[in-house]
Design a protein around this ligand. Sequence first.
Ligand code: 5GP
Length: 193
Amino acid sequence: MKLLEERIKTDGVVHAGNILKVDKFLNHQMDISLFQEMGKEFKRLFADCEITKILTIESSGIGIACIAAQYFDVPVVFAKKTETRNIAGDVYTCKVKSFTYGKVYDIIVSKDFLTPEDKVLVIDDFLANGCAMLGLVQLIRDAGAELVGAGIAIEKGFQRGGDLLRGKGVRVESLAIVERMSEEDGVVFRNQE
Ligand code: 5GP
């Protein structure tokens, strides 16, 4: 998606450790006009699918998922991150390793909000090693719901998450795929080459 790629070029900052900072428009300050265009693009990409729910993970996925949900006219459920060891109640839960912070945390979704009748589109801001996505996919499987696909804002194509998910047969649609990036040269997108 050209608009997003151009915005990453203008306002994205590459940090050490393969981190792309997009705080200016995506995951701290949020550009809602851009989110609307991203939502429309997700809708266009998944136009052939029946979707009853969007699932995301707190916190950066929530804004993108909520704006996208307006075009799908479905509810958004976000998986909560918790460090609590004993999770009580009727929840689906799974362990996820954080890319940005390196620690392991539990994600939970109430059984009330993910059911076997659901056809779920997963949306997130970044796809890196795929840990967050695989966790969400696991929760969907545990619920007996159907995974329709994954809509990603920014996929870091040089990390293994995309291959991992596609290898498992998950339909992954990414709005921008970073082929490589460095502090010196900035970001190069896959379709630019
Ligand atoms: P994964 O689980 O795919 O390794 O990482 C996905 C999660 O880590 C995303 O939800 C996102 O919050 C965070 N993340 C991964 N890579 C980056 C990055 O380059 N920049 C930022 N801002 N967040 C990232």
